[in-house]
Design a protein around this ligand. Structure first.
Ligand SMILES: NC(=O)c1ccc[n+]([C@@H]2O[C@H](COP(=O)([O-])OP(=O)(O)OC[C@H]3O[C@@H](n4cnc5c(N)ncnc54)[C@H](OP(=O)(O)O)[C@@H]3O)[C@@H](O)[C@H]2O)c1
Length: 221
């Protein structure tokens, strides 16, 4: 399969949560990350030529997805948003900081596509209903993106893992517990349900980084 090498990177709590509550920006728990953890995160960004987050994360967190804590070039942002439902004043539309690709489906209107293109981003149509990640990754590879970092949220993580597109998972563990049944965790979706079907990973590296533990996993064949 023609696709970039894919690395999911996420800040998670002891109980595997991505944020404080449903609909709450993860920028809140990211305040717990110390300088060392931020440098680690931004170093991975600098080593990738693409960085993807879901449309919900853009709407809730309004991230910039740029490299700031270390020297290095910011990767191309990639945002799957089936109908192009993104605020045009979101930081990812500031293409003076980094290029942006918006992935939509055939459900996205020509007006929305034009409005986004007028902001200077590239719009790619991949899929009918939800963005087809297999097709999208092939297109990104053809555009020269060979290493793609995926920074969530949990729906995008699920869809990438379910489609067997993830080569590595790296987690920055924050030493707090949040709890809550409906609070997004690393991966959502239907779940694999049986031991036979779960995705398996090898432990690549575990180390302490400031006040965080970092774990790195590679996909077991
Ligand atoms: N701790 C962290 O590292 C971290 C990182 C990122 C986000 N977060 C948190 O995660 C939460 C958001 O996560 P989320 O799971 O609700 O949303 P998400 O994964 O950010 O975005 C999901 C949305 O992406 C769009 N999409 C398009 N094609 C898709 C596909 N094939 N598969 C999956 N999604 C597709 C869909 O919206 P459309 O209908 O618009 O297409 C879908 O609802 C926020 O609270 C955010 O703060 C935490």
């Amino acid at each position: 399969m023609r696709k970039p090498y894919v690395v999911i990177v996420s800040e998670v709590t002891i109980d595997g949560k991505l944020t404080l509550d449903e609909g709450v920006s993860s920028k809140e728990i990211m305040k717990l990350m110390d300088e060392d953890a931020n440098r680690y995160l931004h170093q991975v960004r600098a080593e990738c030529d693409g960085i993807m987050v879901g449309s919900t994360t853009v709407r809730i967190d309004n991230p910039s997805l740029t490299v700031r804590y270390v020297e290095g070039e910011s990767p191309t942002r990639v945002i799957p948003a089936s109908t192009g439902n993104l605020p045009l004043d979101a930081n990812i539309f500031d293409v003076s900081k980094a290029p942006t690709v918006i992935a939509v489906t055939k459900r996205c209107s020509n007006e929305k596509i034009k409005a986004m293109e007028d902001k200077g981003v590239e719009v790619v149509i991949a899929g009918d209903d939800k963005v087809d990640f297999v097709e999208l990754l092939e297109r990104l590879y053809d555009m020269g993106i060979t290493k793609l970092m995926v920074e969530g949220g949990s729906k995008v993580n699920w869809e990438m893992i379910r489609n067997d597109l993830v080569d590595e998972i790296r987690l920055i563990h924050l030493p707090v517990v949040i709890g809550g049944d409906n609070v997004p965790s690393l991966v959502s979706g239907d779940g694999f349900k049986t031991l036979q079907n779960v995705k398996k990973y090898d432990i690549k590296k575990v180390f302490q980084c400031g006040n965080q533990i970092i774990t790195e996993y590679t996909r077991k064949d």
